[in-house]
Write a protein that binds this ligand. Sequence first.
Ligand SMILES: *Cc1c(COP(=O)(O)O)cnc(C)c1O
Length: 464
Amino acid sequence: MRAAPPPPLAAHPTPLSRLLGIALDALRTGAEERGGPLPAGGPEAVTARVRAALGEVLPGTGTGPDEALRTLVHLVAAGAADPAHPLCAAHLHTPPLALAAAADLAAAALNPSMDSWDQAPAASALEAEVTAALAAEVHPTADRPDALVTTGGTESNQLALLLARERHGPRLTTVTGANAHHSFRRAAWLLGLPEPVAVPTPRGLLDPEATARVLAGLDGPVLLAATAGTTDEGLIDPLPALADACAAHGADLHVDAAYGGPLLFSDAHRHLLDGLDRARTVTLDLHKLGWQPVAAGLLTVREATDLAALAHTADYLNAGDDTEAGLPDLLGRSLRTTRRPDVLKAAVTLRALGRTGLGALVDLCLERARDLADLVEKSPELELRDRPVLTTVLFRPAGADDAAVAGVRRRLLADGRAVLGRARADGRLWLKATLLNPHTTLDDLARLVTLVETARPTAPAARP
Ligand SMILES: *Cc1c(COP(=O)(O)O)cnc(C)c1O
């Protein structure tokens, strides 16, 4: 028996285009079956449906590309928490732009790998241009800023701590606010650094005077990690005063702007990031307020020379004589080896929308958050935590206890009607809406408010 020919490659445009049609169709039928922001029935029902549709993971004889694509893309779409649905608003989980997803498909089809020039000639040149331009956006007064492409804020924060450790040695103390992202604790653990010192943030923000007192009381080198856009409340630490405190105490400043960084594109809101330029390193995520498919992270540095610590050689990728002969050495641009050209979708987006287009999307999402806060303030049944700064709105049923707040969230999830997050602030539990969808309307927000007003909480778990 003659063996079947191998399946077509992504570089074969006709089969790719036909299969893409099947995948797009399955996305549509899956979304129709779901009919809302997430599948109803909770984890048990979803797992049962996945197992039933999947059957054998590795069948003896394959089902062929059409069936496999249709079945599994439909399955995952039907069971998705769909960030493009206006009532899916829990996390910094962005609805990707169509143009960015199309660019990401092209990246997958070409499959450049960014660890050596001979696997990614144009893609690596594009990455160098885009990272230089974005680094200059973040650090306009720096002489030689630079940026690395990362998988997101977690990797960027880890790299920031690693670069600081390489500058100062393993006795480096990291100081964060209690409002900081959890990734700093893990990064310190991973890098063998002392556990970060957390400054209390009773109002959700680092207080410059309290922070300066902590810095004054520490011996040895210190990195202060401030946040521009806290994950729980979308607040921006007072960056200029914190930069002053760092300067006064000889501490380095890192700013985690994973969430708030894209305010740089907005004429109306850029001023909220005043002081960002003074940070030695900055974390920026374009898979949040940048509408990119995961992954699209950046770490910018004020001083390109800080990145020398990541230099690394492997003869098959960046042999000394190849580098001397002019082949760019890319291995020191990441801790990863094989690496996707995530820069392509970002470059397409920056070019397609321009600063004005991106700024307008940022402004629109900030405006929607204010609209939601208005609706909550008007509702006698609901309590608003505070006016939003970015796109995060915390609210809760008035007079409810924490268990009831948690129960409302789980009820909406179980019914598949809305996806809201949770956050602790002021010692209490709040529902969290994170608005990243520029297509969300006032009617959508009114529907969300009504759903919360009328939700019956799930019963708290029975105590044994
Ligand atoms: C989302 C977020 C992170 C983590 O980013 P990932 O892309 O999820 O790794 C870090 N810091 C802040 C402030 C964030 O909002």
